[in-house]
Design a protein around this ligand. Structure first.
Ligand SMILES: *[C@@H]1O[C@H](CO)[C@@H](O)[C@H](O)[C@H]1NC(C)=O
Ligand SMILES: *[C@@H]1O[C@H](CO)[C@@H](O)[C@H](O)[C@H]1NC(C)=O
Length: 247
């Protein structure tokens, strides 16, 4: 996403990040994270230069935000020079506060996408809004054996079940599992595991709208794959044939 050759390169200021549960702090090497997945950069939502005061402003801001991750979600507004930026940080509901914090640091330094947290930086105001433009698709390399159509149908059914759970009425804001749900479904001798989450700035209703939009991307992301996920800046899901979240 960014070139190192020149001191005036621009870095797009969107990163979508998640990471595996290993504890990592300020690791710049992707090798060590063992879990680099993907990122999106949207130049239209702003760029900044490496080692600029803007970057250090962002870093300082993230440092402060990292101290208030107790329920796994934080958003903030800041300014550097004449620019205003908006930051959202969301950690997966099963990530501890310290995992969440280290994930955030890694997210900022590697601009990668992983498993456990999500960092979104933009100069466009996106709080409470559902993003219909930016989607990341990731899938398990393995195809399912047997009836693909049936498997897709079962996956969709699990996702709709999780959507109900994610948008349940009786849930408390400012908790780690607010608009977060996990679940599983037996498929003969196998089991399908799923996770779903919205960023906590959304209303429950908009969470539901966001989830519909990502579930609709299931064929595009994961047709016949043993696992997969769709992420956008407001919500995400993942499914696998093995457990991947902590109980
Ligand atoms: C680390 O990453 C570099 C660059 O992608 C690669 O060439 C190297 O083989 C990796 N090393 C290990 C131990 O994975
Ligand atoms: C729901 O999303 C729409 C479109 O993204 C936004 O304009 C609206 O303000 C949101 N509603 C609430 C209650 O947050």
């Amino acid at each position: 996403m960014f070139e190192m050759s020149s001191s005036s390169v621009s870095i797009s200021i969107l990163a979508v990040v998640a990471m595996q549960l290993s504890f990592i702090h300020n690791v710049l090497s992707l090798n060590q994270t063992n879990s680099y997945l993907q990122h999106i950069c949207i130049n239209s939502e702003g760029t900044y230069k490496q080692k600029s005061s803007y970057e250090s402003e962002l870093k300082d801001h993230l440092d402060i935000m990292s101290n208030i991750l107790d329920y796994g979600f934080v958003h903030g507004v800041g300014g550097a020079g004449s620019k205003t930026y908006y930051i959202k940080v969301l950690c997966r509901g099963d990530a501890s506060e310290s995992k969440c914090r280290s994930c955030l640091y890694t997210a900022f330094s590697v601009y990668g996408t992983i498993d456990n947290c999500f960092l979104y930086i933009s100069e466009i105001y996106t709080f409470q809004k559902v993003d219909y433009k930016h989607y990341l698709y990731l899938h398990n390399a393995k195809d399912v054996n047997g009836n693909t159509k049936l498997f897709n149908k079962n996956t969709r059914a699990l996702l709709y079940k999780l959507k109900e759970k994610t948008t349940r009425k009786e849930q408390e804001p400012y908790t780690k599992d607010y608009m977060y749900a996990t679940g599983e479904e037996s498929l003969g001798t196998m089991k399908l595991y799923g996770m779903m989450q919205c960023t906590q700035d959304l209303s429950v209703k908009n969470c539901s709208v966001c989830l519909d939009s990502i579930i609709a991307k299931l064929p595009r992301c994961c047709n016949g794959k043993q696992g997969g996920r769709v992420l956008n800046p407001s919500c995400t899901f993942r499914y696998e044939l093995y457990p991947f979240v902590k109980a």
